[in-house]
Design a protein around this ligand. Sequence first.
Ligand SMILES: Cc1cc2nc3c(=O)[nH]c(=O)nc-3n(C[C@H](O)[C@H](O)[C@H](O)COP(=O)(O)OP(=O)(O)OC[C@H]3O[C@@H](n4cnc5c(N)ncnc54)[C@H](O)[C@@H]3O)c2cc1C
Length: 373
Amino acid sequence: MSNDIDVIIIGAGVVGLAIAAEISRANKNVFVFEKNRTFGQETSCRNSEVIHAGMYYPENSLKAEFCVSGNNLLYEFCEKYSINHKRLGKLIVAADDNETKEVEKLYRQGLKNGISGLQMLTHDEIKRLEPNVEAVAGLLSPSTGVVDSHDLMKTFHGCAKENGVAFAFGAEVISIDKIAGGYEVGIQDSDRTYAVTGSVVINSAGLFSDRVAQLAGIDIEQAGYKLHFCKGAYFSLNPKVRKLVNRLVYPVPEQAGLGTHVTLSLDGSMRLGPNTKYVDDLEYTVDERDRVDFYQAVCRYLPSIEIDDLAPDFAGVRPKLQAKGKGFCDFIIRDETDKGLPGLINLIGIESPGLTAAPAIAQYVAGIVEKII
Ligand SMILES: Cc1cc2nc3c(=O)[nH]c(=O)nc-3n(C[C@H](O)[C@H](O)[C@H](O)COP(=O)(O)OP(=O)(O)OC[C@H]3O[C@@H](n4cnc5c(N)ncnc54)[C@H](O)[C@@H]3O)c2cc1C
């Protein structure tokens, strides 16, 4: 029996969209199911929009590999399709000698990961670049930048549609059953449930990717697929302090995040965040009471800001494999043949740098699909 569809993609965040655009170049019949009314309504529209360089992740990890290659691919893609972006550069700053050692570690890790242009800076060199920043030393990353994530997703969506990809919005995947030669996938939309069959199923369901894997019968605790929600909130800075920095400024990273940093939007406005708070439920409120913590985190290296300059902005939630207090976890991106589910490709734990890595992940997944059909 032949299947309705070659490739079923679950989720139209930046990763699902990039995969759809890439796979459909090879003339496959691709269908994307997205539970929300349009694409990019969850984590992909609630992030720092930073094109990371890739110095935070151990060499040979998928995060390092796809961040470094995704960085190049993303700039190329943005230039080709005139997507709004800026190669602003970034500074990771050290407040004391202990932090300098941490920054030096990042420098060495960045070199191992193959990032070009990294440079350690002294206090005086930092002052020349960023007169308002206080630091004893720092790491300059010229290939870090920012991108308009909506524009990026709109372009992936447009490319996919041009290649013939079909999108069903308001269509939630509620079941996945193995059948001969593929999968039967149950869909719930606003007024009916129905099923389609596909040879390959790609689970790029972001915060819900563990639950989607569970639909296919995977024991997510045993497989190590259980996700932990880790909220990251932002405060905006009053427009009167717009010109305080010329590039992104980060402190040394924390255990679960990159540290409360200063990002610059493409319109020049400044934002502080994200912090890290493990939460049980998905919700996106920003607690006004966190203002003091944000202020204290940032005024160490940007002393001219004042607490009244900060206003609650928005929050995103990271789909983390790393439980609270635990160590580094890599992206999981794999075909599940060894679990008796050939042609089911799971993408789990696609937290930062998922936006940067999206085009590289898409090429990798397309390579897996190519071997299957
Ligand atoms: C606070 C924060 C800051 C970040 N900053 C950066 C950054 O600066 N740079 C960077 O590179 N990365 C950053 N990231 C990470 C980046 O945002 C994510 O890695 C990326 O957006 C993940 O995209 P995705 O497509 O996997 O997930 P999502 O955008 O969550 O998309 C998944 C989609 O699947 C859909 N879905 C779920 N379940 C179902 C179902 N059963 N049926 C149908 N559809 C379903 C959802 O509705 C959703 O649209 C940040 C993340 C956070 C939270």
